[in-house]
Design a protein around this ligand. Sequence first.
Ligand SMILES: Cc1cc2nc3c(=O)[nH]c(=O)nc-3n(C[C@H](O)[C@H](O)[C@H](O)COP(=O)(O)O)c2cc1C
Length: 450
Amino acid sequence: MPLRTLINELETDHKLRRIAARVSPELELAAITERSGKASDGGPALLFEQGAGHRFCVVTNLFGTEERTALALGESSLRAFGKRIHASLLAVTGQSADERLRALLAADTLQPVVNHRPPCREIIAPPDLSVIPALTFWPQETVPSLTLPLVFTTDPDTGQQNCGMYRVQIHDSDSATINFSGQSGGGRHLQAWREKNLPMPVAIALGGDPALIWAAGAPLPQECDELHMAAWVSGRIQTVTCGLSQPLLVPAEAEIVIEGVIHPGETRAEGLFGNHTGGYVANPAAPLFRITSISHRADPICPATLVGTPPKEDCYLAKASEQLLLAMLKIAHPPVRDLHMPLETIFHGCALIGVEDSKEGQGIELLQALRSSGPLQRAKLLILLDSDIDIRNPSLSYWRAINQLDESRVFIEQGRISIDATGIDTTRLVEHERVTLELISRRWSEYGLG
Ligand SMILES: Cc1cc2nc3c(=O)[nH]c(=O)nc-3n(C[C@H](O)[C@H](O)[C@H](O)COP(=O)(O)O)c2cc1C
């Protein structure tokens, strides 16, 4: 559903609060978001109407619970989302899970259409980043950031477009840095443009379909188009428009579009950024993005997320990605039944994997396969468990994984731990027999225990 429809639905349902008071973009807005998000129900989404001192509004905590993230993706629950992906992957052909997802997303019906009067062009503004409501979240941050940006780049040879989520820091009125990792789609494109010694065109969209916001941060296999993924997830064809100053297609529904270039080899040190590890990080040589144009809606609402010690909003976006990952793992490895990445560790890949009917040696084979390729390849901790237990229950999982640990099934490679804790003989678990339990039930009042 469109971002504004989601905002309206949440407000009607009392899951979004408007804040009319003037709020500073420096720390105050983040501190309000953090305090409100600590409520036991994850707190409401917050719409800061005065845009933190700018005339732009800012919305935070939009994806702040599993329920809200599911709603944003048009589903009743994230489980239902995962089941839908799995059923659809089973219905297409392909040698691997990646191929099946590519086949699913290749449908012509998912092709974006061009809107020549897009909302994101209502105002063509001067190319001055000081109008953008970038925020500082934690005290040692000196440079304001955009934390939910959709960064569009292309491959210089094939023209294939990528949309990824990478933090952006606004350094001054006409330049910013973008923190692409080397393995990311944007990072690979940058390398390809650098090799040709050509400036890379970049567009940053803020806002747009919530399904696209999720897809930008999701670990899609290479050559899966995020706009197609968003169309498949939301059931709405995505609309795009041509770049104002760069040869890129950008989401027509975006709230704000910033376009520019990264010149070959031009970098700048980021300021400190408080991230989900609970500490500050900074890329000492982040690619420098020089602005060529800015446009926005007449009344833009800029989505932002407070990144910090989990659980925070980004964990729930990752929980939706966990469902994609599980659907793909089930296709690639049929014994896999369930996947749980605890919120506290979700971005560094502690994964508990529930496996059905694991035969002798099968668990080790599966761990080797997971370590050789795919998104769990670099996970810090992988634990395989029999699917008869609830892998979301930490006490059961620790009990199974650690107490009966067979050391020959623990592998440590490059500091990454893999544990095969499957194959527990449940007939040897200490449990009372039914006959004894029935006996004591019958006699319970005799024991004087109430
Ligand atoms: C809120 C949020 C912030 C992120 N920040 C970064 C970042 O700064 N750099 C990065 O490389 N990946 C970052 N990621 C992860 C990427 O978005 C993710 O790996 C995504 O799959 C990248 O898409 P790509 O494979 O098309 O590059 C972030 C994800 C989220 C949800």
